[in-house]
Design a protein around this ligand. Structure first.
Ligand code: PLP
Length: 273
């Protein structure tokens, strides 16, 4: 398997990142996961815009987007597969222990893995931990994902594939790697970015294409919503059939099923200029 590192394609066995890379030692990095269907990345321009926004949020230099594009093309060409996930990682680079970032770096790494088609519906749990909508990292896609790792492990122990967070004022926020939508009286709602959620690319497209509204929602809306669904690069639009102990029989319900159809139809077209 080949990955892009140090400006070129390398064999995974010989590709080496410094043991003192700040991405590894302190989570000083940002990333993107991009879906690739038949070797073609989906919505790459939007992902690269967000990569730049996240990098700026951490105070990293802007990534060289021409190089990132070349890297994605090269990695995809080296490993043809019907459904792939490109992982773009961009970190502060490395230096001696105790050094500030920037002595050697930044580091750009692009890897490709196989993705699997997701089932139409899934189970989720809510977790007692909160997203900090006023924190320095709110809305940034950084490599500091340990809290998501812990929450996802709890979800797995409960037979669920995703864990949903509220924020510090008790509003519904997002999942560990997805955005959340609820259907109330036939209308689709999703938390606004001010809730602290990531500006999901699937979220934005699904909201635009279905007419979903951004609404501040209390976390307990999940106890009464008629339908719930998730969006993410790797899930597209996915219905929820259980939230904690609450079953949502018949998921995907009619509104979610329509959103799934619309998303599948429109996302089949190239969004990049
Ligand atoms: N929220 C978080 C915390 C994420 O990590 C992700 C994606 O990885 C999402 C939401 C969904 O974003 P997107 O639709 O761009 O994949």
């Amino acid at each position: 398997m080949k990955i892009w590192l140090d400006g070129g394609l390398r064999d995974i066995e010989s590709a080496r990142v410094s043991a003192l890379d700040h991405g590894l030692t302190v989570g000083d990095g940002v990333f993107e996961t991009v879906k690739a269907v038949d070797g073609k990345p989906f919505a790459l321009t939007r992902h690269l815009d967000r990569l730049t926004r996240s990098a700026r949020g951490l105070g990293l230099p802007d990534p060289d987007l021409d190089e990132v594009r070349r890297a994605c093309t090269a990695v995809l060409a080296a490993e043809p597969m019907p459904l792939g996930r490109l992982r773009i990682t961009y970190t502060g680079g490395y230096g001696p222990l105790g050094s500030d970032r920037g002595e050697h770096g930044p580091t750009l790494l692009v890897a490709l893995g196989e993705s699997t088609w997701r089932p139409d519906s899934t189970a989720v749990i809510t977790v007692p931990w909160t997203r900090n909508e006023r924190g320095a990292l709110a809305g940034l896609k950084t490599t500091s994902y340990a809290e998501n790792v812990v929450a996802l492990a709890r979800a797995r122990r409960h037979g669920a594939s995703e864990a949903l967070f509220g924020n510090t004022v008790g509003q519904l926020c997002e999942g560990t790697g997805s955005n959340v939508f609820v259907v109330l009286d036939g209308e689709i709602h999703t938390p606004p970015l001010s809730s602290g959620c990531l500006a999901g690319i699937t979220r934005a497209l699904a909201a635009e294409w279905t007419g979903a509204r951004e609404t501040d929602l209390p976390l307990d809306v999940l106890e009464r919503a008629d339908e719930v669904f998730l969006t993410s690069t790797l899930r597209d639009v996915q219905a929820v059939h259980r939230v904690d102990d609450r079953e949502l029989p018949g998921a995907p319900g009619p509104v979610t099923a329509k959103a799934m159809r619309i998303f599948a139809e429109r996302s089949g077209h190239d969004l990049d200029p």
